[in-house]
Design a protein. Structure first.
Length: 139
């Protein structure tokens, strides 16, 4: 288990900036998430695969992870399981272009704070992230 607590970036005024990692094999989705989150004041780190995320060291510093369900290699469910083994309290949000209520329920049952279908509403994603960060006892 990762022993470090979440580490956020600090601005010059010593304000905390949460670090949100976005994992999706679709470049356009990653770019959209980055634009949305940065406009809302979050630091965003993008990854094209779960393997890239896991190898980056970001797991120890992220304050929230957004991941696609269907990706080549390690999928979003397996990534969520690995995250939960290392940092059980780290908020994970799963996203998918494939509407399937059974898959959505599985994600929630396995610890996701929420599950959104693409294309998702940006305001809704920001609301979910704020709620997850405010309710996270790890902060």
């Amino acid at each position: 288990m990762v022993e470090t607590q979440s580490i956020a970036l600090f601005t010059m005024a010593n304000e905390l900036i949460p670090v949100v990692a976005a994992v999706d094999d679709d470049f356009r989705v990653r770019e959209s998430i980055e634009s949305l989150l940065e406009s809302a004041g979050y630091a965003t780190i993008l990854f094209a695969s779960a393997e890239e995320f896991l190898g980056s060291g970001t797991l120890g510093t992220a304050t929230c992870v957004i991941t696609d369900v269907r990706m080549p290699g390690i999928d979003g469910f397996e990534l969520q399981r690995r995250i939960k083994r290392e940092r059980p309290l780290l908020p994970v949000i799963l996203i998918s272009a494939h509407h399937n209520d059974r898959i959505r329920q599985k994600a929630i049952d396995e610890g996701a704070v929420d599950f959104l279908y693409k294309p998702f509403d940006g305001a809704e994603l920001l609301r979910i992230i704020r709620l997850a960060l405010n309710n996270n006892p790890e902060k």
